[in-house]
Design a binder for this molecule. Structure first.
Ligand code: S3P
Length: 432
């Protein structure tokens, strides 16, 4: 797909529902008794993979005409049925890691697999703690990646052991996997992480009726709760809003109001970094939405300065680092991103892929072991961008193209379907 320099961007936009929250709504709704009604559900390919898996596990999920309301007919903690085929998670890391925790607590065997990219992503981080809980889970090719074989010895009801796990990474997928397995354990399960990752599982599971305790970076859960179906209004995804925040800041004379965006403090690092860089961003209509804070975000074009991003803020903006790198290219001075080695194990190696593509566009950027260093101020020029089928890379370079001289071509630009199917039309709607 080809892109040209464009702008300014003006107007209002509503971004689709949050990906992390949409996944969890389907999963927890399936494990609750009764109906869970989810509004503003994200119809991205990843969340549709979660729906497909739970349908294969015997849960009735209505989603007429692809409307953004989804009704889940939950069957309780022990209501899932053995699927007749391999469960296919597609490209979704959240699906495979969270569902592994749930499925280790079931009394039937199954195989979990996904696309080529998923088969390269590290699953040892969930296999190890699940094994400590007594789960029967192995990597079929013995390489700590999918396909994963669960409950193959099929000895009957799986009772897992409650453990205290010190996670080596601040990963919400790892934390959530263990907490979900904890629903099927023989006692309390506790997870500590080096710094706090997104806490949507903790917030939503408590709303469903689970007993969860949060203390700093440690979360505990008690087994066998009564979970009851409920209504969930999914807030707009701040990770999707991030592209319009960046476009509004960078393209001269722009002003964009992004409505109803989730601003959970475990996700709002992008706002802090932008403010640190000198951005003109205002939050309006700040509100609580079932424990998840939301706001409208008003963004105006700004002169930005470089900054350093490191430490505990990293998990709160991990998915936004590609677009932050684009901001840094247009900021005055140097931006250093460190403590972000997790970028290497996302849908692509986001350090290498950003550095390679930005270099092609003429940016002054270098990769480090755990991040990148960007010297702002070089005007970018159009280039042929390899998205590596990574949605966040494609969207970041679509924003970069708005400022670049000449034509930018993004390979496999359609991969935005993973998290934001209407991304390009929403972007065009803001360009006069
Ligand atoms: C997610 C957690 C993050 C994030 C991913 C979604 C989640 O991954 O990058 O896009 O929904 O729990 P990690 O937990 O691996 O950091």
């Amino acid at each position: 797909m080809e892109f040209q320099k464009k702008g300014p961007l003006k107007g209002k936009i509503t971004v689709p529902g949050d990906k992390s929250i949409s996944h969890r709504a389907v999963m927890f709704g399936s494990l609750a008794k009764g109906i869970t009604e989810v509004t503003n559900f994200l119809h991205g390919a990843d969340c549709l993979s979660t729906i497909r898996c739970f349908r294969q596990l015997g849960i009735e999920i209505d989603n007429h005409d692809g409307s953004d309301t989804v009704m889940i007919h939950g069957k309780g903690l022990h209501g899932l049925k053995k699927p007749s085929n391999v469960l296919d998670v597609g490209n979704s890391g959240t699906t495979i890691r969270l569902i592994s925790g749930i499925l280790c607590g079931q009394d039937f065997p199954l195989i979990l697999n996904g696309d080529e990219s998923i088969q390269k992503r590290p699953m040892g981080r969930v296999i190890s703690p699940l094994k400590l809980m007594g789960a029967d889970i192995i990597s079929q090719r013995d390489n700590n990646c999918a396909p994963l074989i669960l409950n193959s010895s099929n000895t009957g009801k799986q009772v897992l052991k409650g453990i205290h796990y010190e996670s080596p990474v601040a990963s919400a997928q790892v934390k959530s996997c263990i907490l979900l397995a904890g629903l099927y354990a023989d006692g309390e399960t506790t997870v500590s992480e080096p710094s706090l990752s997104r806490n949507h599982t903790e917030l939503m599971l408590s709303e469903f009726g689970a007993q969860i305790k949060l203390e700093g970076c440690t979360t505990s859960i008690l087994p066998e709760p009564n979970l009851n179906g409920r209504r969930i209004a999914v807030p707009g995804d701040i990770s999707s809003a991030a592209y319009f925040i960046a476009a509004g800041l960078l393209v001269p004379n722009s002003e964009i109001l992004i409505k109803n965006v989730g601003i959970n403090p475990t996700r709002d690092g992008i706002l802090h970094v932008c403010q640190q860089m000198g951005a003109d961003i205002t939050l309006e209509n700040v509100n609580d939405n079932g424990g998840e804070p939301v706001a409208d975000i008003l963004v105006r074009s700004s002169e930005l300065s470089g900054t350093t991003i490191s430490g505990t803020i990293i998990p709160t903006l991990i998915d936004e680092i590609p677009i932050i790198a684009i901001l840094a290219c247009y900021a005055k001075g140097q931006t250093i991103i460190k403590d972000a080695a997790e970028l290497k194990v996302k849908e692509s190696n986001r350090i290498d892929v950003m550095v390679e593509n930005l270099t092609k566009m003429g940016a002054d950027v270098s990769a480090t072991d755990d991040g990148m260093i960007i010297q702002g101020g070089n005007a970018l020029r159009g280039a042929s961008i390899e998205s590596k089928s990574d949605h966040r890379i494609a969207m970041s370079f679509a924003i970069a193209s708005l400022l670049a001289e000449g034509t930018t071509t993004i390979q496999d630009a359609e991969c935005v379907n993973i998290s934001y199917p209407s991304f390009y039309s929403d972007l065009n709607s803001l360009i006069g």
